[in-house]
Design a protein around this ligand. Structure first.
Ligand code: FE2
Length: 375
């Protein structure tokens, strides 16, 4: 039986950030912790948020979110939340800051440690209460502002996914204005995360045709808008469409993701390389689509329609061309990954939550071959 369940609340448009005080009042939040990172603060985006709130400059701020959020950083932010007697979270930034903010709200509501919520141990049922979260994305890719998930690097080195309906922020404020200053390489990398969400969610075998429709609309938008947003960051229509595609990608991946994300999560946890999630997805998407192709003729044809490709066109090759156009690397070697690391990546990819919903069954040998193919 299919479960079709949408719970998101999203204020979306240029200028939407002005809704922030109303959303705080609606959710009963008077002293939020602002979870963000130093890049956001440096870009002047924190001030754009606090300017909306009376005495906003005096609010507690946790700005030490790492580029891939860690359990250690989550616990530091939880300490600040408690010390400052906060009553909610404003999660401001890209996926990392939003995921960190969502994790803080989870622990504030249900108690820690994070390990208690591990879905492999049926931990989702321990998510009894989550403090109110208002998510304000500053990139267009992750969609964490409407997603059921968070991804955190645990103390034991795993890049763990936690998922549950209570992790959907009570409010998302999507203001494309906040993305106008995003530099081209981050626009491209985060945008490829959104495109990968739409494609992998659409190909997931879970039955959810409404989510499929959302995924295809997101792909349609992002495929056309991303090169324009990379070319000219001030292109407001392209920024609007990318932010919408990002939100749609995350609404769609309520169906789950696939092997691109399994491999990307595994490689993304290596602390010395600190590889960008969206860039990894961009590089891994073409070979995984070649692997997944058998038996997917109708689904691939629908992807081609959304992407404006000819019937029967090689989707993986089109993505390789696209990656080149927007400045993504050609392979994992270009990103600094070496052959001696592959063996250690495979078990993490196998056990990743996204592996369960890949378009076709995939195992350790397949992951190993795909990693090696991309070196
Ligand atoms: Fe992703």
């Amino acid at each position: 039986m299919a479960l079709l369940n949408y719970l998101t609340t999203n204020h979306f448009d240029f200028g939407a950030i002005a809704r922030l005080p109303k959303e705080m009042a609606r959710l009963g939040v008077s002293r939020p912790l602002i979870a963000t990172d130093k890049g956001i603060v440096g870009a002047g985006l924190l001030a754009r948020i606090t300017d909306q709130i009376e005495d906003g400059a005096a609010l507690p701020v946790f700005d030490r979110t790492p580029s891939n959020p860690t359990e250690v950083a989550v616990m530091e932010a939880v300490d600040l939340y408690s010390a400052e007697k906060c009553d909610g979270v404003i999660a401001l930034g890209g996926g990392s800051a939003m995921d960190l903010g969502k994790a803080v709200a989870l622990i504030a509501g249900s108690g820690g440690p994070l390990e208690r919520f591990d879905p492999a141990q049926k931990g989702t049922r321990n998510m009894t209460k989550v403090a109110p979260v208002i998510a304000v994305p500053t990139t267009s890719g992750t969609g964490s502002e409407v997603s059921v998930g968070i991804i955190i690097i645990m103390k034991d080195g795993r890049k763990a996914t936690f998922a549950g309906p209570k992790l959907i922020p009570q409010s998302a404020i999507c203001d494309p204005e906040l993305t106008l200053g995003l530099p081209p390489h981050l626009t491209a990398a985060t945008g490829m995360d959104a495109i990968t969400h739409c494609i992998e969610a659409f190909l997931s075998p879970m039955v959810n045709p409404p989510a499929d429709g959302v995924a295809l609309d997101g792909l349609w938008r992002a495929w056309r808008a991303l090169p324009a947003a990379v070319e000219n960051g001030e292109d407001r229509e392209a920024r609007w469409n990318m932010m919408m595609a990002s939100t749609e990608g995350a609404m769609a991946f309520i169906k789950g993701l696939g092997a691109v994300h399994s491999m990307s999560h595994s490689a993304g946890r290596l602390p010395d390389l600190n590889l960008h999630h969206g860039t990894l997805n961009a590089v891994l998407l073409p070979p995984v689509l070649r692997f997944n192709a058998p038996g997917q003729e109708e689904r691939y044809e629908r992807l081609r329609q959304a992407m404006g490709l000819q019937p029967g066109a090689d989707i993986a090759a089109a993505l390789e061309d696209y990656n080149r156009t927007i400045g993504m690397p050609k392979n994992l070697a270009e990103m600094g990954l070496t052959a001696d690391r592959v063996g250690a990546l495979v078990p993490f990819a196998v056990s990743d939550l996204a592996t369960r919903t890949n378009a076709r069954p995939i195992g350790a040998e397949d992951f190993e071959a795909l990693y090696r193919e991309m070196l």
